[in-house]
Ligand binder design. Sequence first.
Ligand code: HEC
Ligand code: HEC
Length: 394
Amino acid sequence: MTKMKLKNLSICMLALLAFSFQSCLEDAVDETKISYTESEWADISATLNLPQGFDEYNPSFFGGNNNRSDAKATLGRVLFYDNNLSIDNSTNCSSCHAQKLAFSDDKAFSEGIDGVKTKRNSLALGIGSGMSLANYYNNFDLGFFWDERAGTIAEQLKETIPNSEEMGMELHALTEKIKDLPYYKVLFDKAYGNNGVVEEHLITESLEFFISAMVTGQSKFELAVASSNAFNNTPTVNLAGLSDAENQGKNLFINDCASCHSASMGPFLTFALGIPANLTRGNNGLDMVYEDKGIGASTGFSNDNGHFKVPLLKNIAVTGPYMHDGRFSTLEEVVDFYSTGIQDHENLSEQLKEGDKPKKFDYTQEEKDNLIAFLHTLTDEAMLTDPKFSDPFK
Ligand code: HEC
Ligand code: HEC
C-alpha cells in the first residue's frame, strides 16, 4: 500500500492517543471540496448524468481523501464511456469492457472500429479486495495484457487508443478533437486546476485513476473471509459464510489451482489464506502447438511459447468466454479441460505436471460442481452495479 496511507494512519493513531479524534478526522479531509458553479453545471448537465458533488472513489488508495483524485476518477469515467475516443465515434472503452460483465465482454474476440476483431479475448478490469489493478500488478510484478507486454496502465492505453483494431485514435488527434467540448473544459479544470487544458498524459492518467478506483471487496467469498478470523496458514478451514459445496470447492481450488491462481482470489485474501502468489505467468497446456505464442511472441524465446499471464479470477463467472482466445464458453468447459484435457506441451508449467506428464485431476461430477460453485462466490455484484462506475452519458 502507499506510504501516504501509512503516514495518514500513524498520524491518526497519534491523534487518537492524544484524545483528539476530531482533529484526526479533519486531517483526513482535503482542504478543497470541489463543486461546480452554476454555469459549469449547465455545461456538465447538458451532456452528462453526473452527481452535482463528486463521487468518492476509494480515497485510501489515492493517499487520503483528496477531492482532486475524485475529480480525476470522474474525468476518467467520462473518457471511459466517450465514443469520441474512437476515430469513427463508434466505440468506447465499455464496448469491450462492460461494467455488468466485470468490465470484460461476452465475445471470444472483441469488435473495435469497423467491426475489426481483436487478436485476444478482452480482459476484465477491477479486481477488488482493497487494492487497485495498478497497485496489485505492481505488488505481484504482473504486466498488463495477456502477454504482460505493458508495465503500466498508461503504457497500455498508449497502445490501446491508437490501435487500429480498437479505437484507431492517435492521442494527439484526440486532444484536438475533445479540447473544445464544454464538459471536458470543466472536468479537466476540476481534476487538474489547469483552466481545462486537455493534454495527452492527463487523458491517460485520469483513465488510470478511474480504472484504479474499481475496487470493492463485496463478493460472497471476500465477505466470508472478512467475517472469519480462523484463517492464517489454514487456508482449507471451512468458512461460515459459504455453503458446504462452496467450501469443498474452495478446498479443491486451494489444492489444485491456487499454486498458480492464488492471487486471483484477491491480494489480501492471498495473505489471509497464507498462500503466496507463486506464479504470475504460465503455460496451462491448452494446446500442443499454440497458434498465438503469447509471451513467446513478444520475447522471441521458444521457452516462453504458450506462456500467458495467469489471469485474475475475481468475477470469473461473468467474464466468459475464457482463455486468451475465448475458446471455452462456460466454466464447465474450463473445469472439464483441467480435469482431463491438459496437453503435454514442452513448456507446460510444473504446477500442472505429475512427474513428466500432464496432471489428470479426473474430477467426479460432484467435485466439478463444487469447484464451479466456489468460482461463483468470486462475483462482486456491488462493483458490477455501482452507479459511480456506470455510463454517465445522457
Ligand atoms: C475493441 C475492444 C477494446 C476496446 C475499445 C478497449 N479495449 Fe481494453 N482490452 C481489449 C482486449 C482484447 C484486451 C486484451 C489484449 C491483449 O492482452 O493483448 C484489453 C486489455 C486492456 C487492459 C489490460 C488489463 C490487464 O489486466 O492486463 C486494460 C487496463 C484495458 N484494456 C483498458 C481499456 C481502456 C481504458 C479502454 C478505453 C480507452 C480500452 N481498454 C478499450 C479490448 C478493448
Ligand atoms: C500452471 C498454473 C495454473 C494452474 C495450476 C491452473 N491454472 Fe488456470 N490458468 C493458468 C493460465 C496461464 C491461464 C491463461 C491461459 C491462456 O489463456 O492461455 C489460466 C486460465 C484460467 C481460466 C480462464 C480465465 C479467463 O479470464 O479467461 C480459468 C477460469 C482458470 N484458469 C481456472 C483454473 C482452475 C479452476 C484451476 C484448477 C483446477 C486452474 N485454473 C489451475 C494457469 C494455471
